[in-house]
Design a protein around this ligand. Sequence first.
Ligand code: ADP
Ligand code: 5GP
Length: 220
Amino acid sequence: MSHDVLGELRAGADDFLLLIISSPSGAGKTTLCNRLRTEFPALAFSVSHTTRTPRSNEQDGREYHFVDVTRFRRLVAEGSFAEWAEVHGNFYGTSFVEIERARQANASGILFDIDYQGARQIRAKVPEAVAVFILPPSMDELERRLRGRATDDDATVHKRLSKAQKEIENYALFDYLVVNDDLDRAYDRLRSVVLAESARRQRKALLAEGLLRHGRVSIG
Ligand code: ADP
Ligand code: 5GP
């Protein structure tokens, strides 16, 4: 059954990385995640379901699976989501199918671009998941970036700014805090987290066992 995928990940002595990246809207999470996806193509990206309307540059099935509220509620009732939440007046959720797809494709892990409510739910199910929170250098800069993105109207920008405070209050849910001041510096910090986490002993135990048993680590 699809819902066992998180249980398997808990129990499994394998190196699959569950990487959660959250931030208040506008802090630069999408920009940083896109860089990560370019540098680490073996890391699958979890395409969430959402009831929000697509932005002009977004494509169904690529950034999100865009669905209406009726369909979203049905998926919730069917237990299709590993986590879901209401964010800025719309519903968002991560389906078990996305995680299974990444496992079947032999990805090295999966990247979740989700909010703190989703991070809390995934961590409750899989405490080994790694959670990173991207912070803006200041609230003024956050507002500048939200306005500079020019994809949202004024009311939406205001709604997102007033939510930012609440999101930042939840920073303690996360393992790592990365300040996105200068983009290159912030990206260096983020990629360091990914590299360090992939070398974590629990994720590399099978390599050490291979060395003990067969005299060499088996790569791949
Ligand atoms: P989020 O996904 O967190 O909502 P985005 O990645 O869409 O944020 O970034 C919001 C805006 O800020 C975009 O216009 C992006 O180009 C810009 N931006 C991201 N990081 C930086 C940075 N370090 N310095 C200046 N502008 C940035
Ligand atoms: P946006 O509408 O700007 O793409 O995303 C708004 C917020 O929803 C972001 O903080 C993003 O991380 C979050 N989000 C996107 N997908 C999911 C999801 O599947 N679950 C949860 N909990 N949040 C999500």
